[in-house]
Every structure is written in structure tokens, then in C-alpha cells.
Design a binder for this molecule. Structure first.
Ligand code: SAM
Length: 255
């Protein structure tokens, strides 16, 4: 993993969280905000569809790690779900709290959370593991999820996939040092489906993989719409799911 940094002599707060975002990047110059919005709305609906099908919970306690501004209420609505949100960035935690998007929010670091074991029905990593992997291996995040989940509980991870053409392009840009110029950050590391599944299994979970979508947020809406039938037709087939642009892994903790 070329991006991994030997930086353990820096303070912890400097070694976690997302790297700065460079607005002057190529892809953002090419994309309109309405195109991005069109995609995000669909992506959230599609995530909801898969979670509803595969996580058979009507109520429960959810821990959203790396909650950002959006801790996952679209997947686990109030008041049925109690949502606890954690992020390395105090500004995002304050934002989530003041907007009332979670029942509780605090600053904390994935893999280093001081929470009681077996207290959550769901642990959610949405678009965060692919940032964390820039700084450190993912084992601690998966081991922590297993520790915090109740028996029968579910880890839900939603991350960009490496095997999609866009994921391969991103990895190539990162590898050649063009990551920031092309797509704004150096820590946008698409994850291989095999790695996600392997990490979950090593942590004692029983995973399954789905593709949220095979489309890409930069494509014109007509093309995005044309690709949508693939998502429902192929997105939950074991051999095809791993080629999605965005992957959704559901991993259960056995009783
Ligand atoms: C791309 S945002 C995703 C936010 C949110 N989950 C969502 O789906 O919109 C990634 C978030 O992960 C947080 N983050 C990155 N590394 C972290 C870590 N090691 N521990 C906790 N949060 C982290 C960042 O501060 C950022 O808010």
C-alpha cells in the first residue's frame, strides 16, 4: 500500500480524519452541481433499498463512525433508530449535533473508540474506510465493529470500489501522484471487494457484498439513468457486485 504513512510520531489528531480538499481539481471543474445532486439523491435511495432488503431491523441502536455532516439518517430514520455519531472532526460533530441529525454525537477516532462492547445493533462506515486506509490498515476498524456489535448485529460499510473503471482510474491517478490534481484529495483510495470481505471475515463477521451503483456521479444524468437497470439486475449477484462503483457490504456478527 503505497499511501500508508509511517507517521506515528505526529499527534493522533493530525493522523486521522480527511486530508485537505483541493477545490482546483480537474474533475470538479468538469462536473455541475446539479449532475452531482442528481447522483447523490439516487445513491441514497439505492442504499436505502439495499439496506431495507438485507438488514431486517425495524428499530435499534446505530453507531455511525466517520459520520461527517450526514450520519446516515436516510438509512436508519428517527425515532425508530437511536443514532450515535462519531467523527474525528469537531466541526462536523458540532454540525450534526446542531442540526439534530443524530441522537448523540462526539469526537472520536475509528479503531480507538472507548465504548462498551456489544451495545450496537448496527455499526455504519459510510464513505470513511477509504479515507482511513490512507493513514493506517483497516483491521482495527473491523475488530472494533465486531467488539461493539451485539450478537446478531450488522456492520454496514459503503465505500468506492477498486474494480470499477472509475476506481481503477482513481487508483492509477493516486499511484502516479496525480490524485490531488485529478480529484482533489490524496486520501480517496478505492477499496477492493476482496479486501473488504477479507477484513470482515478476519474480524469474525459473515459478509455479503452488493453494488449500490455501476454509474458515476460525473456522468450526465441521461447516462446515469441509462445505467440504473444494471444496479437492480446485477448489484446483488455475487460475481457482479464487486464491480460496482460504490460497494455496500453487510456483515453480520454471529450469535
Ligand atoms: C467522506 S466523509 C463521509 C461522511 C459521512 N459518513 C457521509 O456518508 O456523508 C468522511 C468522514 O470521515 C471522517 N474520518 C476520517 N477518518 C476518520 C477516523 N479515523 N476516525 C473518525 N472519523 C474519521 C472525516 O472527518 C469525515 O467526516
Amino acid at each position: 500500500m503505497g499511501q500508508l504513512r509511517a507517521n506515528s510520531d505526529r499527534p493522533l489528531a493530525d493522523r486521522v480524519g480527511c486530508e485537505p480538499y483541493c477545490g482546483a481539481n480537474l474533475l470538479d471543474r468538469l462536473s455541475s452541481s446539479s449532475t452531482l445532486e442528481f447522483y447523490y439523491r439516487y445513491m441514497m435511495a439505492r442504499e436505502r433499498e439495499v439496506v431495507l432488503q438485507r438488514v431486517s431491523l425495524k428499530t435499534g441502536t446505530v453507531l455511525s463512525v466517520g459520520c461527517g455532516w450526514h450520519p446516515g439518517r436516510h438509512l436508519f430514520p428517527a425515532p425508530a433508530f437511536r443514532l450515535v455519531a462519531v467523527d474525528a472532526d469537531p466541526a462536523r460533530v458540532a454540525g450534526v449535533e446542531s442540526a439534530g441529525r443524530a441522537d448523540q454525537a462526539f469526537v472520536g477516532y475509528a479503531g480507538r473508540l472507548d465504548l462498551a462492547r456489544e451495545t450496537f445493533d448496527v455499526v455504519l462506515y459510510r464513505l470513511v474506510l477509504h479515507h482511513i486506509v490512507f493513514h493506517e490498515p483497516l483491521h482495527a476498524c473491523f475488530a472494533e465493529a465486531t467488539r461493539l456489535l451485539r450478537p446478531g448485529g450488522t456492520l454496514v460499510a459503503i465505500e468506492p470500489g477498486l474494480w470499477h473503471p472509475v476506481g481503477l482510474g482513481l487508483a492509477l491517478a493516486n499511484h502516479t501522484g496525480l490524485g490531488v490534481a485529478a480529484h482533489a484529495t490524496p486520501d480517496d483510495i478505492p477499496l477492493s471487494p476482496r479486501r473488504l470481505l477479507g477484513e470482515a471475515r478476519r474480524a469474525g463477521l459473515v459478509p455479503e457484498l452488493h453494488a449500490v451503483t455501476y454509474a458515476w456521479r460525473r456522468l450526465v444524468p441521461a447516462l446515469q439513468r441509462a445505467l440504473r437497470p444494471l444496479d437492480t439486475a446485477l448489484g446483488s449477484r455475487p460475481r457482479a457486485a464487486g464491480f460496482g462503483h460504490t460497494l455496500l457490504m453487510v456483515a453480520r456478527k454471529p450469535y
